[in-house]
Design a protein around this ligand. Sequence first.
Ligand code: ATP
Length: 570
Amino acid sequence: MAAVVAVVPFAAVAELARVLLAKGPADNGAAWKVAGVAAGALLLWLVLNTAAGAIAHAADLDFQLSVRRRLVDKLGRVPLGWFTDRGAGGIGKAVQHDVDTMHHLVAHSLLNLTASVVTPLATLVYLFVVDWRMALILMIPLVIGVGLFVRMMMTLDAQTAAYEQAQERIVSRVIEFVEGIAVVKMFGQARRAHQQYAQAADDFTTFFIAWISKGYRATAASALILGPVTILLTVLVGGTALITSGSLDPLDLLPFAILGLSVAAPLQALDFHGHDMEMAGLAAKRVGTLLVAPELAIPDAPRRPEADAGVRVEMSGVEFAYDTDRPVLSGIDLVLEPGSVTALVGTSGSGKSTLAKLLPRFFDPTAGTVTAGGVDLRDIASDQLYRLVSFVLQDVQLLDASVRDNIRLARPDADGETVRRAARAAAIGRRIEELPHGYDSMVGTEIRFSGGEAQRVSIARAILADTPIVVLDEATAHADPESEALIQDALSELAVGRTVLVVAHRLASVVGVDRIVVLEQGRMAEQGTHEELLAADGRYARMWRLQEQAGAEDTEDPAVLAGMTKEEGR
Ligand SMILES: Nc1ncnc2c1ncn2[C@@H]1O[C@H](COP(=O)(O)OP(=O)(O)OP(=O)(O)O)[C@@H](O)[C@H]1O
């Protein structure tokens, strides 16, 4: 199409030149003059069209890089819940695909749209000066063109959004499938996963066809109506004028055809660029949503917590809800003394992990305060907070980097000896030193750690981070008995002199801790040492007896392990 549009004006200009040279100025000299200006405008439009692509491409990389940097930076500051609500597909698409679409199409289409409006307008303005009646007639296709453009933009909106959402869903399905491949295979769900993917792919195709055909119908309507109508109009008007003045040479109609073409071609292109703008607009909206996502509040005047003799943590009147209508934590008043270990126990879903996540500010409480060293966590600058709290998570995340860099995440400048000491303290040093490339081994390619080993690498990380507060969430979840003993040793090493909060399932692992807090439906039901709680013969004592019994019966029922019957667990 572009090639045809490009060839026609050149042929017309060549023909115009031939006619002018052969015949000299014709009777309809004014028309030739207008045609000359119109052909010039048309050429300018074509040049701008080509330049727009080149300009958009040239400016692409730096702009995209800077937007992506801002997005990734932003992702580091949004609360965790925001991610779970959206899913990796949408976020991944926004950071990669949408940034690309948004920028390229905006730059490209804006330039093209401007050129497509300005060049025919310039011709028309000139025509008004020369022959206002002809100009008025040419306003007809202009109005039709703009009308078709507006109509297309209005009807395509919902279609484009549906198409984009279908695309997001398909990416999410693939990510889900890849991440959950073990579960999918283990439970023989490959066929189901395949069907789900096929369904998403079908939806995508349906939306794509609807979207593309609507788009093409709109642009085809404009192409079929605008071009012929405009050229026919100018030629008819010009022809009538010529016949009236007695000329019957068909060549004299050429300037009118050029005039028509110079107005119609850019107007037709409006729809293509409008279509692109539509997509760019939607992509920009999604990127924008990410850029303005809520952030954990940043303190205006950050304060430094008191940390000379360890850090005391205090939670007062803490409430928390993921969604507004269901509180997950209520009335939490809890003090964690420096150098002490506090364990959170309770049934599944009682809020243990949620409570622990308040300490590194994965979330802020919806009411009440959490202070560390006498300062509200919200008043501590984030880099300071991460020097204060480290979190050993249940699901260890190791990066595709060397073992050394994985351990020294919190202190990238730590020297080899410091890293080795941390690894040995976490009972993983010998395993790493036996590797052919030792601490330089690349995780994921040269070494794949087992669950228990990965857990100990993450404990080494926390030992090296050397923060006064440590949160341990189900740190022995992946371990076999031997590995568990190693992890417990590593944890004991990590706990020395720090303020430690442990989320625990198995009561046997918390017998020796300084204080046990029993959570029940987000509230603190009991607290005390193991002995005190047994003597009180309340909830904890019952859980203890049930777990002992479960141990004797070798049950693996999670409700029983958590100290509840199934009915109670619900
Ligand atoms: N990101 C989230 N969005 C919404 N609700 C959540 C989210 N995470 C947890 N919940 C809900 O909050 C409640 C407490 O969950 P939490 O993970 O804190 O419990 P838990 O005591 O640690 O459970 P478990 O022992 O099974 O790990 C549960 O009802 C859970 O469904």
